[in-house]
Design a protein around this ligand. Structure first.
Ligand SMILES: [Zn+2]
Ligand SMILES: [Zn+2]
Length: 491
């Protein structure tokens, strides 16, 4: 690296509001000259400790996805570590980076010029620096430890900032407004703490609904699970085609309810792939005035949840538009540090999927349910015979989220043999689910998001393999079930 800026920066580390030092360095896109790049765009510097570490392998594709989803931005993302270009190229290929440029800072000179710490093992920091088009440093954030991933919420804020610099109106599609709104339903009376909960599966299939004799036992509707309580709680995880039957059920129960209150609840979306939202236009309670739903989920900064759901209800796809629905619908992009709604603590974590998918932990009435569908392992599992898979395969964020859960609903779309063929498809195998459940100390594991190509017997086999895996780990006491449409679990 040649430093063209004044050499005094090392004694006076760069602060927010300073002009950035101008440096050149080798990258996967040839030599990078910061001065040239800044001419036309803002620059986001993503310092990370090392290629191949699991945090970095997870974080960089997610960041690239966030930037991509934000629309056309005048922004160059440079990811910087002290690895060689050779290593960078192999790493970028392995994790499928397309637009992120990897910069080789072999002697930590770029880190030093910004005053970033290098630890005694020679690893650089995990740090984020945003420089505007005029070359002014607008944000510096150094994570407290190198194993500490960046906050995706902060990354969204950075992207929103760049969108504003690029002239996108800040209120566009109410992205920020969605975040700021209070998430509570305006209930006449707060709900009492429940004594009993029921988890019910209305759709357990992934990708596309299926029907026919080959699927009679497990059912063919796409993802939809409800959690209800004896005191009136209603949480709906995903709105796949199973939501149609759930809607009918809710209307029937409401009719027999003497007080005839409206139906109120939370619709919690893992992500907006079609198999998780396609039942929404057929969810009858939203067609009735007096019913009220808060709809939560992660959305990127260019499209809100509302606009995504409205998209599939445009005239060319569906006769009734989202705006024409007479029920009250409030949309919220979820804060990942969690929220307490109706006395339930809800926490979310983004997991590895082509469109990042959120896993949720819901704690209510002394019980904990974790809904974690649509995610794939960090790397292919090579099952160790008597010990559980490590963080190189299983996302430690999920192990933490599922800690001591009563029920973990986990993606188990594939057999292990299929998983090998489906890297990058965003799904999981029953055996990996078992190791996650064992590491997290879960009581009951529910295998979910069955492959549409699998008949009942194929799902039986996945279930059996999962039970054998639990046995191999000496954990026969882990209860394992394959979810089926109509299945109810009382808690
Ligand atoms: Zn799915
Ligand atoms: Zn998906």
């Amino acid at each position: 690296m040649n430093k063209q800026a004044d050499s005094s920066t090392e004694n006076h580390p760069v602060k927010v509001g300073d002009k950035t030092p101008l440096w050149t360095a080798p990258s996967t896109e040839g030599e990078i000259q910061l001065a040239d790049i800044l001419h036309t765009q803002a620059v986001l510097l993503i310092f990370y400790p090392a290629d191949w570490s699991h945090v970095c392998s997870d974080e960089l594709p997610l960041l690239e996805e966030l930037v991509k989803l934000a629309g056309k931005l005048k922004l160059k993302t440079l990811a910087i570590s002290n690895d060689s270009l050779f290593c960078h190229r192999a790493f970028a290929g392995e994790i499928g980076l397309q637009s992120t440029v990897l910069v080789s800072d072999t002697r930590h000179e770029i880190s030093r010029v910004y005053g970033l710490p290098v630890d005694q093992d020679g690893f650089g920091p995990r740090a984020t620096i945003l420089i505007d088009q005029a070359g002014i440093v607008q944000r510096i954030k150094v994570e407290p430890g190198r194993e500490q991933p960046r906050s995706m919420q902060e990354m969204e804020q950075i992207i929103q900032q760049v969108r504003e610099w690029n002239g996108y109106p800040p209120g566009l599609e109410n992205w920020q407004a969605e975040r700021r709104n209070a998430m509570q339903l305006r209930r006449a009376q707060p709900l009492a703490a429940p004594a009993r909960l029921q988890l019910r599966f209305w759709g357990t299939r992934g990708s596309i609904p299926v029907s026919g004799l080959a699927h009679v036992r497990y059912g063919g509707n796409t993802s939809c699970v409800s959690l209800t309580s004896d005191t009136g709680h209603l949480f709906i995880f995903d709105c796949g085609s199973g939501a149609r039957e759930l809607g009918q059920h809710l209307l029937e129960t409401a009719q027999t309810d003497k007080e005839k209150k409206g139906i109120e609840g939370y619709i919690v979306l893992s992500h907006t792939h079609w198999d998780h939202i396609q039942g929404f236009p057929f969810f009858a309670p939203v067609f009735q005035p007096g019913n009220r739903f808060n709809i939560l989920g992660w959305s990127n900064c260019s499209q809100t949840l509302a606009s995504i759901l409205a998209g599939q209800m445009e005239k060319i796809y569906f006769p009734v538009s989202l705006e024409a629905l007479p029920s009250e619908l409030n949309f919220f992009s979820l804060q990942f540090n969690g929220a307490v709604v109706d006395g339930a603590k809800l926490t979310g974590r983004l997991l590895k999927h082509p469109l990042p998918s959120t896993a949720y932990r819901l704690e209510l009435g002394g019980k904990t349910i974790v809904y974690a569908t649509d995610h794939e392992p960090h790397s292919l599992p090579d099952l160790p015979p008597a010990s559980t898979l490590g963080d190189d395969v299983i996302d430690p964020k999920l192990v933490e989220l599922a800690a001591n859960a009563d029920i973990l609903i986990h993606d188990a779309q594939y057999s292990l043999a299929e998983l090998v063929q489906k890297v990058g498809w965003g799904h999981n195998a029953g055996e990996v689910a078992v190791d996650t459940a064992v590491r997290a100390g879960v009581k009951h594991l529910v295998l979910f998001h069955h492959d549409p190509a699998h008949n009942d017997r194929a799902i039986d086999t996945i279930l059996q393999s999962a039970r054998w895996r639990a046995e191999a780990l000496g954990r026969q006491n882990l209860k394992i079930t394959a979810a089926s449409d109509g299945m109810a679990l009382d808690l």
